[in-house]
Design a protein around this ligand. Structure first.
Ligand code: FPP
Length: 245
């Protein structure tokens, strides 16, 4: 009689990634940091492909934080250019593969041409269903929460809602991620173990997996191992585990 196989575990619905270690990947090879970022784009393409293949619904990636503006000007210019090129060269293929692109983060103050490029990509792919690719660009969680608070304060001041209408669900609906499920799994590459102002509100019950590999080395295998680790976790959401209930 064949051994009974345990039923396959569902993949996490929403995976968020902090793509860290591009600079160190490059320095260890005696290359400029830019070479690490360039390889980082290849790693991002692999992550998108694997996520779609595995049936992950949402993949959110931290491409440029509000704090990254403190980097040297040439590196900032390179990262912005990389994003522009990525959108220009990959959007048609992503659209064909059924990927819906959403960009989260602060848009005020960005160069209008770049904003238009991001909006066009969102518009083109808005009805796609295969994978939601959420690109966090000029993103910082505290800024996102402050913008949501401002929007809500305005509605209260205009008498459209009462202060007590501001529930957790209403706050969620005013964040850039409104309508998206919270991440189930957050992966950070590069060995650091911190959240760096990323999805602070949304990660209330997210499982964190920190991997030592630098982002340019990210592979299908690393993603699958992180998901296997996620499957070993006992998610209780503040309650009791099923066995102990
Ligand atoms: C962290 O590595 C990475 C970034 C600040 C940028 C992430 C960008 C990419 C992966 C490029 C592709 C993204 C898009 C959407 C085009 P780091 O520079 O902080 O590395 P370090 O910690 O080793 O210095």
């Amino acid at each position: 009689m064949p051994a009974t196989q345990p039923p396959p575990q569902p993949v996490p619905r929403h995976v968020a990634i902090i793509m860290d270690g591009n600079g160190r990947w490059a320095s260890e090879r005696g290359l400029p940091r830019q070479a690490g970022h360039r390889q980082g784009v290849e790693a991002l393409r692999r992550a998108i492909r694997t996520s779609a293949d595995l049936g992950i619904e949402y993949l959110t990636v931290y491409s440029f934080s509000s704090e990254n503006w403190s980097r040297p000007k040439p590196e900032i210019a390179f990262l912005l250019d990389l994003l522009r090129r990525f959108i220009r060269t990959d959007v048609a293929q992503l659209h064909e593969a059924g990927v819906k692109i959403t960009v989260i983060g602060e848009r005020a103050g960005l160069e209008p041409g770049l904003v238009k490029l991001l909006e066009d990509a969102e518009q083109l792919t808005r009805d796609n269903k295969a994978l939601n690719l959420v690109v966090a660009f000029n993103y910082g969680s505290r800024n996102e929460i402050a913008r949501a608070a401002q929007a809500l304060a305005r509605k209260v001041a205009e008498g459209k809602i009462a202060p007590e209408d501001v529930t957790a669900a209403v706050v969620s609906n005013h964040l850039d991620t409104a309508g998206m499920p919270d991440p189930d799994l957050l992966i950070r590459t590069g060995g650091e173990q911190r959240i760096s102002n990323y999805l602070l509100w949304q990660c209330a019950y997210t499982e964190f997996v920190f991997v030592p590999e630098y982002w340019p080395d990210f592979s299908a295998d690393i993603l699958k191992r992180a998901i296997a680790e996620f499957h070993c976790r006992d998610r209780r959401f503040g309650g009791l585990s099923v066995q102990r209930a």
